[in-house]
Design a protein around this ligand. Sequence first.
Ligand SMILES: NC(=O)c1ccc[n+]([C@@H]2O[C@H](COP(=O)([O-])OP(=O)(O)OC[C@H]3O[C@@H](n4cnc5c(N)ncnc54)[C@H](OP(=O)(O)O)[C@@H]3O)[C@@H](O)[C@H]2O)c1
Length: 268
Amino acid sequence: MKITFYGAGNMASAIFIGMIENQVVKPEEIFLTSKSNKEKILFFKEKLGVNVAWDDKELMEDADYVILASKPQNFPEVADRIRDHIEEKTKVISVMAGTQINTIQTELGTNNPVARVMPNTNAMVQHSMSGITYSSNFKDRDELVELMESYGKIVEVEEDEMHNITAATGSGSAFLYYIYEKYAESLIELGFSEQQAMFLTKNLVIGAGKMVEESGITFSELRKNITSKNGTTEAGLEALDGDGIRKILTTTLNAAKNRSEEISRGEN
Ligand SMILES: NC(=O)c1ccc[n+]([C@@H]2O[C@H](COP(=O)([O-])OP(=O)(O)OC[C@H]3O[C@@H](n4cnc5c(N)ncnc54)[C@H](OP(=O)(O)O)[C@@H]3O)[C@@H](O)[C@H]2O)c1
């Protein structure tokens, strides 16, 4: 197999490191290129044994997949590099936020199969929650699913649902970090030192994550299991509901989704 990455930044490196560590590809099957930061990708060559190149003919020749992992605003330059070299067999995978399948096909001047994947940065610890959507001519999806599952879980959606995925899981980690951050700040107000507040919140989050993963029961059941009648948890939850946590989260997610739609329409 040959997989060529245009872009070797945060997201691309999380993906190819996941693929290599989980042995779904060998380092020598990966080709990396970047715009100008040669040092960074030479580091990956030295550390992981992947190939690096700047010659587009060499990068695209016989490639099974080309992964578009630059920022969306750099895509026109990337398309200029790829257009004359893309072969019929090459499937195009884009991780760029907001760039539509038909824009990708138009810019590349091809009807090659395209899949859009929206991962999140938890890919760095092989726990991405990614959305994926395909062009109608994308056959043999199982191989791609196996590659993408090497760095986390995926859910297949229609292309117009990618804005929801962008909000829910692309931006979603940041929303949860923000809640943890505010939780830690509230612990300081309660009287803990900053160091204690960070330590308590961090381990609460890790423990809750493990319970979610390992208990096999729903969030609601987990919550109910620690909420006794007239107890401290019930008192706290009533205050949380009173302050409209659900309404706040719905507003947050809609703001992110609307921004994703604006970006895909080219609005700054
Ligand atoms: N980070 C996230 O949480 C996240 C989540 C979901 C999706 N995404 C998407 O992932 C994509 C990459 O994000 P990132 O955070 O990884 O960005 P990044 O760290 O800035 O990496 C961008 C990469 O693209 C390369 N590049 C730019 N122009 C190029 C060109 N003409 N030819 C080849 N390579 C080129 C850059 O090379 P140089 O270093 O040489 O400039 C760099 O390696 C974005 O489209 C973003 O929407 C990111």
